[in-house]
Design a protein. Sequence first.
Length: 516
Amino acid sequence: MNFLLSDTFTKELPADPISDNFVRQVHNSCFSFVNPTPCSSPSVIHVSPDMMEKLSLSDTDVKSQLFTQLFSGNAVYPGTKPYAMCYGGHQFGSWAGQLGDGRAINLFETKVHDQRWALQLKGAGLTPYSRTADGLAVLRSSVREYLCSEAMYFLGVPTTRALSLMLTGDEVLRDMMYDGNAAYEKGAVVCRVAPSFIRFGNFQILAARGETENLKKLTDYTLRYFYPDLGTPSKETYIAFFKEIVKRTMEMIVHWQRIGFVHGVMNTDNMSILGLTIDYGPYGWLENYDPGWTPNTTDAQGKRYRFGNQPGIAAWNLFQLANALYPLIGEAAPLEKIINGIQEDYEKSYLDMMKGKLGLFHSFETEKLLVASLEDILYASETDMTMFFRILSSFDPKDKAGFLHKWQESSYAFAFEKHIPAINEWLDNYSALLQAHPDPERKKKMDAVNPKYVLRNYMAQIAIDAADKGDYSFIDEFYLMLQKPYDDQPEYERWFAKRPDWAVNKVGCSMLSCSS
């Protein structure tokens, strides 16, 4: 197993001069060197074949003892120095100061076929940024992170990836619902992979502390390796840099809204500078369409990070990033102009995306009204979002009654009948548009953007419950199924179904905490 090392972050940015591993405030540094905490008896649960291929790893490599030791944190790859990043962030709208990689340890950077990859362990032990936590992770949260990051990739959503999921052989004490009922759970480690794990918060902490020189170093580094097309650093380049981050971030949000994904904890330290979905904690997928839903119990009252508020929160987070970059630009007007354009640009992108989901690829006068009225109906009728848009591609205007039956089958409502008049009116308007603009490729185009299979909350919990008993068959099954989320895959038809009744109020299915 040979990696072509290309460690740029630690070689080009300022390091914490203190090498001892204890919790502290780290100033004038972008990272701290720290080794993973060894575990007692690591074992591999699953390895992503796609990520293996991208890293040029063979079956022999992943079956080797070195692979297990390296990606459990028990060994350090020769010639590398693992490290944890320093960053800050706004959490639930309030500045939280220094946060940093509290249980993520970056192993090294590598290049494969001119693609840069950073490899990082999540759950590998204490770092200077662990605060009051232990730096470890449990099987429950690790299964969720592993499966979801890979599922998102195959859904076509910008995301960090996962290479491997391992048990550590150790037990970890966790209070899952923060209610005083702590219990021991199986420890686990995920190896996450991305071109970079730099976040909005990396820039924020430097700006907040007045470390402008280091802020410039970090920004210039990010431009050099991840935005080289923007040119050499200058005021204009920094403005273009921010504009590109806005574009990528809002494109990511449009994807989230397309598939019904709710991140759950959109703090600025959980926002990637590359526009990638990062940090899979208390996330969830909409079952019944509900713009007000959030899976995060910590956010249950305020619902700041609810599904319908994700675009607004992304814009708010981008405003905070603009504040962090301001010292390099020295002028607010160009940043304000970009920020002021976010909503209009997003609304256009969102409308185009929704029209694609509906199979309408032309402009028409009532397009906004058609989309808005559908969203109202889906919410009122408690319709399963994933199922509805998938079956919509088979809608035949000549068989409205047949489709109405399918719609009812995808609804969780007890009194579906009362919504039928509004549904019929919408279907009539929709039918007229389809008949006015016939498209023989409509079903194919719709199925390409409306997934049949997503990692529903209850499915993740089934995989977790089985894995906790040593049965990894559901992890294997879901990974295979989620590699082709837009294909019919009749062998997995049982997973194209509404949430079962037993999952309605089950912890891990309808409600999740940040405990991991």
